[in-house]
Design a protein around this ligand. Structure first.
Ligand SMILES: [Zn+2]
Length: 196
């Protein structure tokens, strides 16, 4: 499957496009964060890391790549905006996949989906028990496990009161949700409450 790569305007490393923050030129020649990857025009990309956001908002980074003015937000404001926006999109896209019948939840059913090759990553609520995390990391592989909003929030999207573990079985939806989860996890790890 095509997985285009883009260069971060700050550290100059190349990463899959879906794992980077995309900016486009917006109104008043200001850069706009495009979390849905939908806005038209040339994009400029940054790693979802505090250091790259800080450096990338300097005139030589995103503003120069887009011929834009420097953004009005600080790097930290932008990081929080991206974190909140990605969390909202993660819930929205999970809800969409759920209505499509493409979300499986609960440790046993997620394990079955992994074994059957119907899924290849796992979302685990940030407040799930550590043994759940350890268990899922051994089943899916540590780099295939992503933290997700709290159990009650996943439950709010999927129906039961609380959901600790979930995955998505529709390949295209799974890719989209995984890309949101990767960015959300990287940004969140630097909040100080992440799993490092
Ligand atoms: Zn970077």
């Amino acid at each position: 499957m095509a997985n285009p790569e883009r260069q971060c305007c700050a550290c100059r490393q190349v990463h899959p496009k879906g794992e980077l923050l995309r900016f486009v030129l917006g109104p008043n020649r200001l850069p706009v964060l495009d979390l849905r990857d939908k806005l038209p025009g040339r994009g400029a990309y940054l790693c979802p890391r505090r250091a790259c956001i800080r450096k990338g908002l300097q005139p030589k980074g995103v503003p120069r790549a887009l011929e834009a003015k420097p953004p009005e937000q600080s790097a930290e404001e932008l990081r929080i905006e991206a974190l909140d926006g990605l969390e909202r999109l993660l819930r929205e896209q999970l809800g969409h996949a759920h209505r499509f019948g493409a979300v499986v939840w609960g440790s046993d059913r997620v394990t079955d989906a992994l074994s059957a090759g119907q899924a290849d990553w796992v979302l685990i609520a940030v407040d799930a028990a550590q043994r759940t995390v350890t268990d899922m990391c051994s089943r899916a592989g540590g780099d295939r496990v992503f933290r997700a909003p709290a159990k009650s929030e996943l439950g709010g999207v999927l129906g039961p009161a609380e959901v600790g573990v979930a995955t998505v079985t529709h390949p295209r939806m799974a890719d989209k949700i995984q890309a949101l989860a990767v960015r959300w996890n990287r940004l969140r790890e630097e909040n100080g409450d992440g799993q490092g």
